[in-house]
Design a protein around this ligand. Sequence first.
Ligand SMILES: Cc1cc2nc3c(=O)[nH]c(=O)nc-3n(C[C@H](O)[C@H](O)[C@H](O)COP(=O)(O)O)c2cc1C
Length: 366
Amino acid sequence: MHPAKLSKIFHLAYPAIQKLPLDWQVKLMSYGRMKFMKEFCDYIPKAQFIPHDDYAVNAWGLKFGSPLMNSAGMFKNGEAYDTVAKLGAGGYIGGTSTANARSGNAKNGITLPFITLPNSDVAVNWLGLPNLGDDVLVQKNITFNKVDGCPIGWSLMRSPDYDEDVGLQLLIDSLWKYHNHPQIDFIEINESCPNIKAGGGNIIARLQVIADEFLNKRERKLPVVVKLSNDLSMSSLEEILTALVKLGFDGINLGNTSTNYADLINKISNHNENKLFDYFVNNYGGGVSGKLLKDNSLNLCTHSAEILSKINPGYEFHIIRSGGVEYFADVKASLENGATLVQWYTGFFAAYNLHRDKVYANIFAK
Ligand SMILES: Cc1cc2nc3c(=O)[nH]c(=O)nc-3n(C[C@H](O)[C@H](O)[C@H](O)COP(=O)(O)O)c2cc1C
């Protein structure tokens, strides 16, 4: 079935779905997400949309057709490049992958728990990094039709299934493997997944090891950015940003989902969605995405730009914004506040439901 049809059916059925017991709603939405993603990844739009040249962005010598692309986690195994490139995405990112294959989280008979709250433009996921593992994914041909203006990024992270030191060495091995993948144009290191067992350790010490053992030894131009959480405090941001520049990283992504449930729940005014949110975060946890992150992600970008103007990297260091992006106005605000590139996830699927194959055309219509 056409993925847009599936999306429409879900939205038409949503008032009835909201009357179901909460555990049924979680079951249905988790299953529905997987079914929808399968259809979406297999679907190739007929027409190619190319954003007007005025929107093109040059970063690190790469041409992005527009600043806007998917954020990590949408195509965990490198699927759907051809789909989003045809829709007119300004770039593409696959992953997040890990050194070992992971099946992701399951609980209460539910695989890859997920809810969407369409009236609040919010989603919560507790997927737990399902992916085929780097040894398989580095072999993957992502596309036979690479589009000029749609570069390919790859997101990877230290696997939570190993102690910090072992996990870090495996991450470095994987970085070298993706370094040698001819289709990959940039790398994003995910330092922010909320859906795995805690074990954060010291991020700056880890970044130092990555710089020593990978960044400073790269044999081709392969920009590396680090993705952090939207929950990052302004003081941690300054410390990490300063370290990223000192170590020679190429950018920062702000950021990943939030686990600030106590604050976020007060902002969900729809009664039924508030109840489902409360049920989900209490039974599964997970990372919150969508509109509720909009202000925070923009503030983090603005603050990053201020810090960068003080520390003056003296080389190309870019800010990527991710969190609550829905409309052209969000893209514009991102660029005006220091971001070079913008990513969307929750807002993409809301817009896809409305505009189908014109999801990017609607944003970048001239
Ligand atoms: C279902 C789902 C899975 C995600 N998986 C990943 C992931 O594997 N890696 C990652 O860096 N971010 C992941 N994210 C976070 C998104 O990339 C993005 O940073 C976050 O959702 C905020 O953007 P949004 O408000 O546009 O959704 C995921 C988000 C969702 C909703």
